[in-house]
Every structure is written in C-alpha cells, then in structure tokens.
Design a protein around this ligand. Structure first.
Ligand SMILES: Cc1cc2nc3c(=O)[nH]c(=O)nc-3n(C[C@H](O)[C@H](O)[C@H](O)COP(=O)(O)OP(=O)(O)OC[C@H]3O[C@@H](n4cnc5c(N)ncnc54)[C@H](O)[C@@H]3O)c2cc1C
Length: 250
C-alpha cells in the first residue's frame, strides 16, 4: 500500500503556500498550492484542507486535486463559492497569494484512475465536480495510450464551464477525447452540446458515441447530481461495478 492510498489519519498535516490564484468563472477560482512535501498521487484523489482561526477554532473540508501528477510540486484545487458556506468564501474573499494553509493528502482510494485501469472512460461531472475529472483527463493525456474518453459536463451556462478553454482545446487536439456540454440554463453553442439537464436519453446518446462499453464511469458533483446520473446509468443497464462516484455535498 502506498502513502497515496493510506487512510486519512495516516497522512500528516503540512503547510502549503498559495502560489497562484486563477479565476475560472464568476463563482469559481483555482488555487495552486505548493506544499513543503509534495507527493505523487492517483488522478481523482483529494486533499483535506484545515483552517485555524486566531482563537484556535478549526474547520476542515475536502477538495479534489484538479492538476495531474505530472505537475510536480504543485496541487491545483478548484473551489466553488457557496454563499452561506464557511470555507469556500474564505478561499474566495480572504485567501491571497503567499498565504499558508494546512493540507493533508492526497487521499482517497475508490475515485481514482491510472493507465493500468484502462478504458474506455465515461466521465460525468456537474459544476465543480469536474475537478477530479480534469486530473484524470490531464493525466490520461500525459501518459498517452489512446484511451477513448468522453467528458459529459453539466453546467448552468456557457460562462459557468470551468476550464472551458482547456477542455475545448483538448477536444480539438486529442483524437480519443470528446467533450459534451449539458447546459441547464443556456442554449448549446456547439452542435454536439445540449441546452438541458443530463437525463437518460442524453446518457444513452453519450454511451453510443463512446462506441464500446465503458470500462469505468466516474460521476462527480453534488449529491443530487450524482444520485440522478447513477440512477439513469443503472436504469440503462450499466454494470454497477464499473461506476465510481464522488459526492461534494449539498
Ligand atoms: C471528496 C470531496 C471532494 C470535494 N472537492 C471539491 C472541489 O474540488 N471543489 C469544491 O468546490 N468543493 C469540493 N468539495 C466540497 C467541499 O468539501 C465543501 O463541502 C464545500 O466547499 C462547501 O464548504 P463550505 O465550508 O463553504 O460550506 P458549508 O459551510 O460546509 O456548507 C454551506 C451550505 O452549503 C451546502 N453545501 C455544501 N456543499 C455543497 C455543494 N457541493 N453543493 C451545494 N450545496 C452544498 C451545505 O449543506 C450547507 O447548507 C468536495 C467534497 C468532498 C467530500
């Protein structure tokens, strides 16, 4: 067992410096963290983040790593601002380049992919749920190997699509990768996208585009999104053993 798969308590807390902050969308920012002790990880894993107030009050949350293990020395986190949240508004309104936060990980065993797991891959993300899928996509491109992959990504509008430029560039440049956008409150801008929520017919069309049964399906987003998508996938007869889920809450 490697460190990356050990239970959370076996991974030590350490300090990480916020090296860069990038606005992704109106409600989402990326944070590039440089920890004292960077360790490699499986694409799809997450970090625990711990904040401590001057009076000693501590709060802890998990954030998926969006960067690939190839970005040595740094972890990229994607944080969506929740209006009534405790930690995500801190990241958006308070945290600055040069600040130090505590992290632990990367950790998490089931929601992870490496080239040894093979493909084809169906990735289904809702909102900030695209974060660990981005790590998988980036890692997949870095290791090569022609693994047929579709990312079906649900966002409210075109402007809410996190990593939009990079995803569209990958869609154009990588022969084995297809991006499909499902915009629930917008019209589709590209012929392959749709202006509605992810539903069973859309998943059925997406599976048909993949050409072969997916070896693994990764579904990530809010509880409601993951519930709805996995329900549809099971109704469509997909093998539950092939479906991996990560729930962000809500
Ligand atoms: C393994 C894992 C990985 C995660 N990765 C990411 C990530 O990459 N990016 C990211 O932005 N978040 C991610 N999350 C969610 C994150 O850990 C926090 O829960 C989130 O940032 C809210 O924290 P908060 O302190 O701002 O809000 P809280 O104070 O915890 O919650 C405020 C209110 O928002 C509700 N709420 C909490 N989470 C959600 C949600 N996802 N959608 C809608 N409502 C919600 C709560 O029920 C509560 O009512 C991940 C969670 C897990 C378990």
């Amino acid at each position: 067992m490697t460190d990356a798969t050990l239970p959370a308590d076996h991974v030590h807390w350490q300090e990480a410096v916020i090296e860069r902050v990038e606005r992704q969308t109106a409600g989402v920012k990326s944070f590039l963290l440089r920890p004292q002790d960077w360790r490699s990880f499986r694409a799809g894993q997450h970090l625990d983040v711990r904040l401590t107030a001057p009076d000693g009050y501590q709060v802890q949350r998990s954030y998926s790593v969006a960067s690939a293990p190839e970005l040595e020395g740094l972890y990229e986190l994607v944080v969506e601002r929740l209006e009534d949240g405790e930690v995500s508004p801190f990241f958006h309104d308070v945290a600055e380049v040069g600040d130090v936060i505590e992290i632990r990980g990367p950790i998490g065993g089931h929601f992870a992919w490496g080239p040894e797991d093979g493909g084809p891959l169906l990735l289904v993300g809702g909102g900030s749920g695209v974060a660990p899928l981005m790590s998988i996509l980036r890692h997949r491109a870095a290791v090569g190997g022609e693994i047929s992959t579709i990312l079906l990504y649900a966002a409210r509008t075109w402007d809410d699509v996190i990593f939009r430029e990079e995803l569209i560039a990958r869609d154009a440049a990588e022969a084995d990768f297809t991006l499909l956008l499902s915009l629930s409150r917008d019209t589709a801008r590209r012929p392959q996208d749709v202006g509605r929520r992810v539903d069973a017919p859309l998943l059925e069309d997406t599976l048909a585009r993949l050409g072969a049964a997916p070896r693994l399906i990764f579904v990530c987003g809010s509880n409601a999104f993951v519930e709805a998508v996995t329900g549809h996938l099971l109704d469509l007869g997909l093998d539950p053993q092939t479906i991996r889920t990560e729930r962000f809450g809500g």
